[in-house]
Design a protein around this ligand. Structure first.
Ligand code: PGA
Length: 245
């Protein structure tokens, strides 16, 4: 794999004004080494101005954090993939554990979202991950395999990013070990191959409490194509230190 992604998941943080301050600081640092591939996933309200101002910078692109599973129509409050592509959004996170847990998103719903994204030429960032209880019962492999096979059922084989995000590692300050990440990356690769993906069609990221202190050890994990970063992407200088390491 020749690409290595740093994807910032800003979650329900960062207003338009705050994003302008962020980018002012971030770009003054980024300019020193502009060859890192960075994808920002801000809120829907911040996306338009951020895309307008910064998407022509080489290797910086933008993603959404959610999309409707329906194409269009009377679905108050929803945002369609067509609307995202209208904004020139290139990526979209789906299956994040916060949406699975807080909004009861099932693998079936995630599958519908993936199909709609692919139809609109938006690259999905599909999150998979086991809970602490599942990990304690040694069910991590089973959970990840079934999340992948159910979410990717009958999906056209185009480029996709899979982010392994153990639920217990998100926002907890406790990341998975490099051995666990390597093992899971191998399992993800095997599952993807079984589902009909060739190796050049997917990238595997790790997410869950990635920060300056654990970055270098996690980077040693096999088959790793990048990071999905929440908390540590909110401050320009911290996020830059991670990217620049
Ligand atoms: P975190 O979040 O880096 O704050 O753990 C990662 C994510 O939820 O994508």
């Amino acid at each position: 794999m020749d690409r290595f992604f740093y994807i910032a998941n800003w979650k329900m943080n960062v207003t338009i004004k705050e994003s302008e301050d962020f980018f002012k600081d971030f770009l003054s640092l980024y300019i020193s080494s502009p060859n890192k591939e960075v994808v920002f996933c801000p809120s829907f309200t911040t996306l338009p101005s951020a895309i307008k101002s910064y998407s022509d910078i080489d290797k910086i692109s933008f993603g959404a954090q959610n999309v409707s599973n329906i194409d269009s129509g009377a679905y108050t409050g929803e945002i369609s993939a067509n609307m995202l592509s209208d904004l020139q959004v290139q990526y979209c996170i789906v299956g994040h554990s916060e949406r699975r847990q807080n909004y009861n998103e099932s693998n079936k719903l995630i599958n519908q979202k993936l199909k709609i994204l692919i139809n609109n030429n938006i690259v999905p960032i599909l999150c998979v991950g086991e809970s602490l209880g599942e990990r304690d019962l040694n069910q991590s492999d089973k959970v990840i395999s079934s999340q992948l096979s159910e979410c990717l059922c009958d999906i056209e084989k185009t480029n996709i990013i899979v982010a392994y995000e153990p639920v217990w590692a998100i926002g907890s300050g406790k990341s998975a070990s490099v051995e666990d990440i390597s093992n899971m990356n191998n399992l993800i690769r095997n599952c993807m191959n079984k589902l009909g993906y060739i190796n050049d069609q997917f990238y595997i990221l790790y997410g869950g409490s990635v920060g300056i202190d654990n970055l270098l050890s996690i980077k040693e994990a096999s088959l790793l194509d990048g990071f999905l970063i929440g908390g540590a992407s909110l401050q320009a200088s911290t996020f830059w230190k991670i990217i620049d390491k």
